[in-house]
Structures are given as C-alpha cells and as structure tokens.
Design a binder for this molecule. Structure first.
Ligand SMILES: Nc1ncnc2c1ncn2[C@@H]1O[C@H](COP(=O)(O)OP(=O)(O)OP(=O)(O)O)[C@@H](O)[C@H]1O
Ligand SMILES: [Mg+2]
Length: 457
C-alpha cells in the first residue's frame, strides 16, 4: 500500500519543525523562515535479525588504535587529538572567505602524498577553479582526484569506484539527494545528506571532511542537529583583516575540545604557528596605558597574549557601552561589576572596550585579573612593567583565585623572557621556590592599588 507523503514545515534558521506553515518561528523568533518539505515516502523493511550486526561483549571488539591519518600538519593533528580517525566525519565550519577550501585542499594534498588516494568533491566550484587554487598553493600529488558534483548519488558511485583513503566535500550545503524533495541547503537535505555520508564513512572506513557554511551570526547554517550527527566539529575563525586563523574544536568524539590550532594565512596558503605566544607578542610595541599581557592554558599549550582596554566617558543621555572583542562579554561584565564593588571604581558612566591581541578568542576565567588591570591602566593612564604578566580568576566576592595550570604558565612565561607576574596569593605555595620569577600575590582585588607601585613603570 503506498503511503501519501506527509508535508511538514521546517524553519530554515534553526530546523524547528511544525505541522503547519507559520510566519514566525516559535523557536528562534525569525520571520519568513518556514519552508515546506515532504517527508520520505515508505518505510524500510526491517528484515531478519541475522543479516544485521549482533551485540558483542565489549572486550571482544577489536580496535586498531593506530587508525588515525595525519593531516600533514602538527597543529591540525594536535587539534584533532592526533590526526583524523578512520571512518570519522569531521565538519569544518567558518565565515565566507576565511580559508575553508584552502585548508581542506592542503589537507587533501598532504593525505594524498603520504597515505593514498584522496577524492576532493567541490559542489561550489568547478574542477578548474580548484586547480587554480592548487597552483597557488604549490605542488599536489597525482593521486588527489578532483570532481565538481552536487548529486550525492553520483558522488557515492565515484567513491565506490575510486576507493579513496580520504574524502573532502565542499560544502554540505551544496549537495543533494534526489530522494529528498527539497532544495540543496534546506534543513532536511543537509540532515539526510549528512546521514548518508556518515553511513559511507562508517561502512567503508573512510574519513570524510565536510565543509559547512555559516549564517550571518557566524553559526553553522542548517539544522543544529548536524553538529550532533558528526564526530568532530572544527570552527575556523579569525579577523579577515588580519592573517591569523584559529582552529577551534567545539566537539570532538576522539579528543579534547580545549585545544586550539593557530595558522597564518599567506599568499601561498596556511602556515602553522607552532609558537603562538611568540607570534602574538611579536608585534607588541612599548607598553601603553590600557595594555597588559595575560596567560591562559588552552589544552596542552599555554597561550600568552595582549589585552587592550579603552575606557571613555559616555556622551550625555547615551547609555554606556561594553564592547568585547576576543574576550567573553559576560566575563567583561563580571569583571567591571567586581571592580565597581570592590575597588570603588566608578564605571557606571563609562564606555569600556576590551580586545585581545590578534583577535584570539578566549573565555578563560584566568584572564579576569588581566582584564581588570587593563581597564584600571586605561582609566588612570598608567603603564605596567614591560616584563610583567597577569594570571588570575576573579570571584564575585573580589577574591583572586589561582588557575589549575599556574606552574605551567609561569614556566612558559619564564621561557618567553618575562620576569614578573601578578597571581593569586593562594597559588604562591604551589610554585617551586627556585622558579626565578618575581611573584606578586594578590588575595583580593581590593588590594590591587597596594601592589601598584611595584608593578608600574
Ligand atoms: N589569488 C589569490 N592570492 C592571494 N590570496 C588569495 C587568492 N585567492 C584567494 N585568496 C585568499 O584566500 C582566502 C581563503 O579563500 P577560500 O576560498 O579558501 O575561503 P573559503 O572559506 O573556502 O570561502 P567560501 O566560504 O567563499 O567558500 C580568501 O579570503 C582570499 O583572501
Ligand atoms: Mg570555499
């Protein structure tokens, strides 16, 4: 008996589903985002259990622990927890023009050179356009195969014929399955295409890198469920006016999500920044009011960067603004509230702008003390010593708290040539006495002005 296809309505923005069309999405409150979609006809027959996988005792399952493929770059491999896991699906997401196609083509070339055949599928550009990009990036091996195709049924046939070791699909929004009756890029197409590709990856043991476009708000375009389906989600971020690009794993089934990978985008592609602190502090001039150095731990590696603050009076009748670039805005609001309450600073009628050097993003609480110091420095027009940095979290009570990676951060600071550091007083006991760095312990933010004469220029 044939089943009448059921019509459902999806919100293009957030994937919310309703049985009837609505002008405004009740989930994300966007207007005019509802699309009509037809659900798949018919249901698959279940078949007999014997033709399916059987439950196995966990200790009898064999796993090849070496089954990771190197991307050819240490930064990206570290970000992924040691390379790409066989049969996994990785989603690379980023703003238009940030370098997704460039990075994925470089990875495809590296894997083709070292591991075996690679299929690069472009649904957005012709094979000739991909070749033009490749010519700009250097020499590529012969076993990197390129095809411009959007029909996923054909793509599957090419995969079966070529039997590649790795696949790049640029982008998931550009491909379609003819069995799904909606346009490429619609939530149900994206979801069904991803499920289809995950099946290919798992059944054939081939890792797939999907490229994902983002919306105006820099969120992944399409249903949020996509992030749940894939194994790893990496956001490629950066300010387009600067060359620094930061890879951030927001989900990783095979590694930590705390890691970041830094790259510099040059005319000839991506160069790895293996020592981010030296890179980020490299362009630093003499200390200026409002500028401080902070340290925070990202995964296996400490990162030192500059924080700049600018505090100005608000114009009559205009509410004050707090703008944070690279720093989490909620942490900025917390720091300013703590400063008002415990340092007696009158910030209620001030505009406060805070940004991190190189635009590197962090919501690490270890930056709190440095943010407070930068705001204080801008307000008073004072500069701190050149070889000084700050580590410390601020509690709402005004207490300065130590961070778990204190000793590691101090050792890295010493290696980078810093001599002085302001830290939580409670942390001093954990620091080896022979570290060779001047430590200024602060118990409470209210005591900041007491140590000021010793740390200012
Ligand atoms: N011929 C060129 N010379 C130098 N730089 C270039 C050249 N062509 C492109 N670029 C740079 O490479 C950057 C990355 O481009 P790429 O196409 O990889 O980005 P993308 O994230 O894939 O963009 P999209 O979302 O549009 O697909 C671009 O921002 C551009 O500045
Ligand atoms: Mg692209």
């Amino acid at each position: 008996m044939s089943r009448k296809p059921k019509v459902v309505y999806y919100c293009e923005q957030c994937g919310h589903q309703e049985p009837k069309w609505m002008g405004k999405c009740p989930s994300c409150n966007q207007w005019g985002t509802f699309q009509e979609e037809h659900e798949l006809e018919g249901l698959e027959e279940l078949g007999s259990l014997s033709s399916h996988q059987q439950p196995r005792p966990i200790n009898e399952i064999n796993v090849d622990y070496s089954a990771r493929i190197s991307t050819g770059g240490q930064e990206l491999d570290r970000l992924l927890g040691g390379g790409i896991v066989n049969g996994s699906v990785l989603l690379l997401v980023g703003d238009p023009g940030i370098g997704k196609s460039t990075l994925s083509l470089i990875v495809a070339g590296n894997i083709a050179r070292k591991t075996g055949k690679v299929l690069y599928v472009s649904g957005e550009e012709s094979a000739e356009q991909t070749k033009l990009r490749a010519d700009r990036l250097g020499k590529f091996p012969d076993n990197l195969y390129v095809i411009s195709e959007t029909n996923l049924d054909f793509i599957q046939k090419h995969i079966e014929k070529l039997q590649p070791r790795f696949i790049v699909l640029d982008s998931i929004q550009s491909v379609f399955l003819s069995s799904v009756r909606s346009t490429p890029g619609s939530p149900s197409q994206i979801k069904e295409c991803t499920l289809f590709l995950i099946r290919i990856a798992k059944q054939m043991g081939i890792p797939i890198m999907l490229i994902g476009q983002v919306t105006k708000e820099s969120q992944l375009a399409g249903p949020r469920v996509l992030e749940h389906l894939v194994d790893t989600v990496v956001y490629l971020e950066g300010n387009r006016n600067q060359n620094l690009r930061v890879g951030r794993a927001v989900k990783n089934r095979f590694g930590s999500t705390n890691e970041v990978a830094l790259f510099e985008l040059t005319d000839s592609g991506f160069e790895e920044v293996s020592n981010p602190s030296e890179y980020l502090l490299g362009n630093r001039n003499n200390p200026m009011p409002g500028s401080v150095i902070v340290a925070s731990a990202r995964g296996t590696r400490p990162i030192f960067t500059e924080i700049q603050a600018l505090v100005t009076e608000t114009a009559e009748g205009i509410p004050p603004r707090h703008i944070a670039v690279g720093v989490d805005r909620n942490r900025l609001l917390l720091v300013t509230a703590v400063m008002q309450r415990w340092m007696g600073e009158r910030l209620g009628n001030k505009n406060i702008f805070v940004s991190t050097g190189g635009g590197i993003e962090s919501d690490d609480p270890a930056l709190d003390l440095g943010i407070a110091a930068a705001i204080f420095s801008s307000m008073r027009g004072i500069t701190f010593a050149h070889d000084l940095f700050f580590i410390g979290e601020l509690a709402l009570s005004g207490e300065v708290r130590p961070t778990p990676d204190l000793v590691r951060l101090l050792n890295e600071g010493k290696r980078l040539g810093f001599k002085d550091c302001v830290i939580a007083k409670r942390g001093i006991a954990k620091v080896p006495p022979d570290l060779g760095m001047n430590l200024f312990g602060l118990e409470h933010i209210g005591g900041f002005t007491r140590i000021l004469p010793a740390i200012r220029q």
